[in-house]
Design a protein around this ligand. Structure first.
Ligand SMILES: Nc1nc2c(ncn2[C@@H]2O[C@H](COP(=O)(O)OP(=O)(O)O)[C@@H](O)[C@H]2O)c(=O)[nH]1
Ligand SMILES: [Mg+2]
Ligand SMILES: [Zn+2]
Length: 293
């Protein structure tokens, strides 16, 4: 029997496209996998049996190193949060929800600031560098910063996320011209015409390098962040960590207490105000949901 390993790069109507070496195999999944209630995701590492007709049959799934709820993907090496300097104006709360989700799942996150031709990206980069995220200043239109990002993506399985219109597809095209992703008005029209959720699909773009765009995925419901307890939210802001031990009161919520180490760090400029603002807002949302659920 011919058994090979591979990565699910796409799911459609119960059929899985698995990349194995240089080839792609269209697979069904064993009923024992579905019986376990396991939903196979793009990014899952699997073992498959090759049939004589070239199709495949997934026998086993490897344990995941991580997974995200939305986009539904597994085994991500890098989460690329894309924003534009303007047009559309960055909505920091949504960016921070994305970093929280990835942080909670233990996925490395970088911030890609596109459209540096329209406005200087320095303010945004300052906010996220203080939070210890690697930031890229990019201009898909002029090809600036592309080489550096491509090098960073090399050998990784990465997911691009961010509001519609920030230039995700344009960046992917600049990075990997062979992808030929739809950009601008055309892609918006297509997205509007489709009511079905678009499943995440990885594209093989190089040696052991897989990239997924997440079109139509702009807003993140607080329920999808994966943060089960609002008390845990503070751990999803990496820049808070060094200050959590210096609060005056035990059980400090870091929302507004006197003598709070986190707020002290905001006041001295070590932590960006917008990040603390997102923490306060998200904390309120998570707590309210808990109360009414
Ligand atoms: N000025 C400027 N416009 C850009 C840049 N990158 C993308 N755009 C434009 O922004 C619009 C949205 O880009 P698109 O890639 O479709 O965004 P997506 O919705 O995030 O995939 C398109 O009209 C692009 O031409 C950039 O670096 N500078
Ligand atoms: Mg797009
Ligand atoms: Zn505190």
């Amino acid at each position: 029997m011919d058994i090979v390993e591979g990565v699910i790069i796409k799911e459609k109507k119960g059929l899985y496209t698995v990349a194995s070496g240089d080839s792609q195999v269209l697979c069904k999944a064993g009923s024992h996998i579905r019986k376990d209630g396991l939903r196979l995701l793009a990014g899952d590492r699997v073992e498959l049996e090759r049939n004589a007709d070239g199709s495949g049959f997934i026998r086993t799934v490897k344990e995941r190193k991580n997974c995200l709820a939305r986009p539904a993907v597994a085994n991500i090496d890098l989460f690329v949060v894309v924003t534009a300097t303007m047009s559309p104006d960055p909505y920091l709360y949504n960016i921070d929800k994305l970093t929280v989700m990835a942080e909670n799942a233990g996925v490395e996150t970088v911030i890609a600031v596109n459209k540096s031709d329209l406005c200087a990206p320095t303010a945004l980069i300052d906010i996220y560098e203080k939070a210890f995220y690697k930031c890229f200043s990019l201009c898909a239109a002029r090809g600036e910063g592309i080489e550096e990002l491509r090098t960073y993506l090399d050998g990784k399985t990465a997911v691009f996320a961010g509001a519609s219109g920030v230039g995700k597809s344009s960046l992917l095209n600049a990075l990997y011209p062979s992808l030929n992703a739809e950009t601008g008005e055309l892609s918006k029209k297509i997205a509007r015409g489709k009511n079905t959720t678009r499943h995440t699909e990885f594209f093989a773009v190089g040696d052991n390098t897989y990239i997924a765009d997440t079109p139509g995925f702009t807003m993140l419901d607080e329920d999808r962040l994966g943060v089960e307890e609002y008390e845990e939210l503070k751990y999803c802001f990496p820049e808070f960590e060094a200050h959590l031990g210096s609060c005056a009161f035990r059980g400090c919520t870091h929302l507004k207490e006197e003598g709070c180490g986190v707020i002290g760090a905001v006041n001295s400029g070590l932590i960006a105000e917008s990040r603390h603002g997102s923490f306060v807002k998200l904390y309120g949302e998570l707590k309210a949901r808990k109360r009414y659920s």
